[in-house]
Design a protein around this ligand. Structure first.
Ligand SMILES: Nc1ncnc2c1ncn2[C@@H]1O[C@H](COP(=O)(O)OP(=O)(O)OP(=O)(O)O)[C@@H](O)[C@H]1O
Ligand SMILES: [Mg+2]
Length: 364
């Protein structure tokens, strides 16, 4: 039985629907990340699970129990927000224990749970400090600790790291992952950062305009995006997408350059069909400087605009068929603006999307 189940869940504000009947089954102890651009309905979905927003239609179940009309405090779920507010005049210890205290828990239970959460989060030496005496990351840990002490059935996180600087975000990302391993628990985590999604999730839910486009493990979503939207959203730098027409059994780009149709896709295309060829920067590299050189490939010439040397690799911004294409060079070789590079393009890792619908030809 799924721990959290959403069936045809709709949310409308007045007459405007913002979540259009989504279905999602979240398993016990699963770490699920909702990603998507601003305004796609991530927070609204999370708040409906928490009970902070009522649902306009559909069903939400937690541990099999219908919770549509259950108030938040009866759902046994803890939520951690982006703008966590700690009580400034209370010590870390009291911030952690406050919720339990007002819920009527005995002193000994409060002390025990606070000690446990502080241990898990590495706050044991900071219990007597005030929030003003903590770093940003430590404060964020206290905010998480307040969720942990309640022993909830599930944790909901809404962009908990977006107020932190990049370095701290990376550290906290690792801590949240460890937390999930230490405290076996179901987590639903909202972010618009696809790196957080890739690194944290057991499964990623990619949302767009109040719909779910794809649900899958990070590798499934990365390697088999169902459409051009998911392909562009997951992966950094994003997948190159080149308009092409099927002509004489090859893909003809807008300037007449042709590229072979990947073998596994030959039976799926027809002459004249308008497609989008999707290739990640990692899968186009100067000959002899690629990571993915085995498997089926073809040759293309790229005209270099600029190159960014990153140490052991360079990111190349170039042109192909009048369009910007990003490619990767692995190795110490430097390239110069204006240089014409003969590259291998991996066909075994390339995708074809329908130009009209954006759907991956291989998506069922
Ligand atoms: N109280 C409200 N009244 C009317 N519309 C709302 C309300 N709250 C949210 N919306 C709309 O619902 C849609 C989804 O909002 P939501 O906050 O869920 O987006 P999000 O995916 O969390 O975005 P972000 O990444 O910016 O936080 C948006 O178009 C938003 O304008
Ligand atoms: Mg939001």
């Amino acid at each position: 039985m799924a721990e959290i189940s959403l069936k045809k869940v709709v949310k409308s504000y007045g007459r405007t629907p913002v979540v259009h009947g989504i279905d999602l089954e979240i398993a016990d102890n699963e770490f699920v990340v909702l990603v998507g651009p601003s305004g796609c309905g991530k927070s609204t979905t999370l708040r409906m699970i928490a009970g902070l927003e009522d649902i306009s239609d559909g069903e939400i179940r937690i541990r099999g129990r219908l919770v549509n009309d259950l108030p938040p405090r009866k759902r046994n779920i803890s939520m951690v927000f982006q703008n966590y507010a700690l009580y400034p005049h209370m010590s870390v210890r009291d911030n952690l224990g406050f919720g339990l205290k007002i819920a009527g828990q005995s002193r000994s239970v409060v002390a025990e749970r606070v000690a446990e959460a502080a241990g898990i989060l590495g706050l044991s030496d900071l219990l007597d400090r005030l929030p003003a005496e903590l770093s940003g990351g430590q404060r964020q840990r206290v905010a998480m600790g307040r969720a942990i002490v309640r022993h909830p059935d599930a944790f909901l996180f809404d962009e908990p790291l977006s107020n932190l600087d990049a370095k701290l975000r990376g550290q906290m990302r690792a801590e949240i992952k460890k937390l999930h391993q230490k405290v076996a628990s179901t987590i639903v985590y909202v972010t618009h950062d696809q790196i957080e999604a890739m690194t944290l999730a057991d499964r990623i839910v990619v949302m767009r305009d109040g719909h779910i486009d794809q649900v899958g493990t990070p590798m499934e979503v990365f390697n088999h995006p169902v459409n051009t939207f998911v392909a562009a959203f997951i992966g950094s730098p994003p997948m190159n997408q080149l308009p092409a027409v099927v002509d004489a059994g090859r893909l003809r780009l807008e300037d007449g350059t042709t590229i072979a149709v990947p073998e596994r896709l030959r039976a799926r295309v027809r002459a004249g069909q308008k497609l989008i060829l999707g290739v990640r920067p990692d899968d186009i590299s100067p000959e002899g400087y690629g990571l993915m050189e085995d498997g089926e490939s073809d040759r293309v010439d790229l005209l270099v605009d600029i190159a960014e040397p990153l140490g052991m690799e360079s990111l190349i911004y170039s042109r192909l068929a009048g369009q910007e294409v990003q490619a990767k060079l692995y190795g110490p070789r430097l390239v110069a603006p204006g240089e014409r590079l003969t590259c291998r393009i991996s066909l075994s890792r390339a995708h074809l999307f329908d130009a009209g619908t954006g759907r991956n030809l291989e998506a069922e």
